[in-house]
Design a protein around this ligand. Structure first.
Ligand SMILES: [Fe+2]
Ligand SMILES: [Fe+2]
Length: 342
């Protein structure tokens, strides 16, 4: 690739730009034009966003050379396609860290990752685990959380829906824990159970999702889902802890099985005690707020309102979130002042 055009990222693309970028190939579909000429439809992403692209020339030759889930180097013209940005790709080549790091490629560029500091978030998780007084729950958290530290620090919380970034799983836990500790106190609930329930409610996602860079559902995830996988992980861990109290075992399982709240959202049970209800609502709250922020941030068009094409099915007001730099600055100052705050 020629070096003349500087590398850029999806969020900075504008109509008519000629761009050069390293992107992750998420999807590729070989199709035919009305005239019967093959072309490639691709979906590309980097850590700043996702964009569709078209390859009109030599599509049949290029298709087998590029691999879904792998990084590619792209040169393209940015076009407006029905109000959305799209790439007219003039060159696309597979890249790897070994050969292309000297040309500016790194996984950091293309894998979306949490904007929070994972080490700091992990410290907060450790602090919360240390607050748990119940020895059986402490043992359970050591086996399932502490022993999975390196995986938890990089895992996404979902593929697309919410916290779908490296470190997003950890971020989801930290946000829920932060709210949960206050809520448990406010409502005079069993804080040990709330903390444990939060930390374990999605533990099955460590097996449901393959993690980066592959980032897809595992076969176990497709067949069983994270609630059933989590149940098995918790059950196996409890089997390793002598004399684990039977009622506590059932309560932890119930929190996992009811955390989606409603049967239509794949909950096997509805929450049947306050700590389970709290974990469900904290999960719901954290997921929905993240989804709404993403829906607002991902819309690249000008204007104060998004379209209705989002989960919430209403136009979302963009203005307060557009000025996100200020928010980030304030947030950063806050965490800088209180390094252990999150
Ligand atoms: Fe879940
Ligand atoms: Fe969750």
């Amino acid at each position: 690739m020629k070096q003349a055009i500087p590398l850029s990222m999806i969020r900075a693309f504008k109509v008519n730009d000629e761009i050069r970028a390293y992107l992750l190939l998420k999807e590729k579909h070989l199709r035919l034009t009305r005239e019967g000429k093959p072309y490639l439809d691709v979906l590309l992403s980097d850590r700043s966003g996702t964009i569709m692209g078209k390859i009109w020339e030599h599509a049949g030759d290029i298709e087998p050379m590029i691999e879904t889930g792998a990084p590619v180097g792209v040169r393209a013209i940015v076009e407006d396609f029905r109000g959305r940005l799209q790439l007219n790709i003039t060159r696309i080549v597979p890249v790897n860290e070994e050969d292309f790091s000297s040309k500016g490629f790194s996984w950091e560029l293309i894998l979306p990752h949490t904007e929070k500091n994972p080490e700091r978030m992990w410290k907060f998780v450790e602090k919360m685990i240390n607050k748990v007084n119940n020895p059986w729950l402490t043992s359970l958290l050591r086996l399932l959380i502490v022993d999975n530290q390196s995986k938890i620090m990089k895992h996404p919380a979902s593929l697309r829906l919410h916290h779908a970034v490296s470190g997003g799983f950890l971020e989801h836990l930290v946000y829920m824990l932060n709210l949960g500790q206050h809520a448990a106190k406010q409502y005079k609930l069993d804080a040990d159970l709330v903390i444990t329930g939060i930390l374990l409610h999605d533990i099955g996602k460590l097996e449901e999702l393959s993690g980066y860079p592959d980032n897809s559902f595992t076969d176990e995830g497709q067949f069983l889902g994270h609630t059933a996988l989590g149940y098995a992980m918790v059950e196996n861990a409890i089997a390793e802890i002598p004399d684990f109290p039977p009622e506590l075992r059932l309560k932890i399982h119930h929190i996992l099985l009811s955390h989606h709240g409603q049967y239509e959202y794949q909950a096997l049970k509805k929450p049947a005690f306050p700590e389970a209800l709290l974990v469900h609502y904290l999960d719901e709250l954290d997921v929905r707020v993240d989804m709404m922020k993403n829906a607002i941030n991902q819309e690249l068009d000008d204007g104060d309102w998004t379209s209705v094409n989002n989960y919430f099915r209403v136009p979302l007001y963009k203005k307060q979130t557009v000025n996100e730099d200020d928010g980030k600055r304030n947030e950063k100052q806050d965490t800088d002042k209180k390094p252990q705050g999150r």
